[in-house]
Design a protein around this ligand. Sequence first.
Ligand code: S3P
Length: 180
Amino acid sequence: MKEKFSKNRLVLIGFRGAGKTTVGKELASLLNWRYVSTDAGIEEKSGMLIADFVNKNGWEAFRRIETGIIEGLSEQTEVVIDCGGGVVENERNLKNLQQDTLVVWVDAELSDIYQRLADAGDRPLLNQSDLNEDIKSNYQRRKPQYHKYSNLIVNSSRQSLHEICENILQYLGVKNYKDE
Ligand code: S3P
């Protein structure tokens, strides 16, 4: 483990549909760390699916509960934290997570993001009525934030899952992980 990432944890950020969950689960298994999803934490705390929660309470309420969940994770170690795509909307979130921690931006081509979100159909639109517009405008708006907070960028459209995991583990400076 490299000194600057001494916190023994990994934080994944990036747009919805970019592949954070797949990468996060695989890395947690390779590192033998826990996998934690902030979205799952929100669903557990609210007792509702995210789409239902947002339809009922709106995005502001969602962001508040998200920030609370992240605060609760700020001291945890030996963990891969899979953040919802909007984690960068509130700067407190990354401040709570990034100290001595490798933050990876899991990115993808917008066409792949569109395809994945259109196929899944379970994520509420952010602020546009059309999925393509919603992705394009919010991705452009958030891109500088993903850049600003990440130490490393991987891309699920251009790299295989194996390559992404190798890349991250190498950057993290972990040598003896369980390789399948
Ligand atoms: C959101 C992304 C979602 C979820 C919620 C809001 C966003 O998480 O937190 O729908 O603002 O981009 P995923 O990135 O895991 O889909």
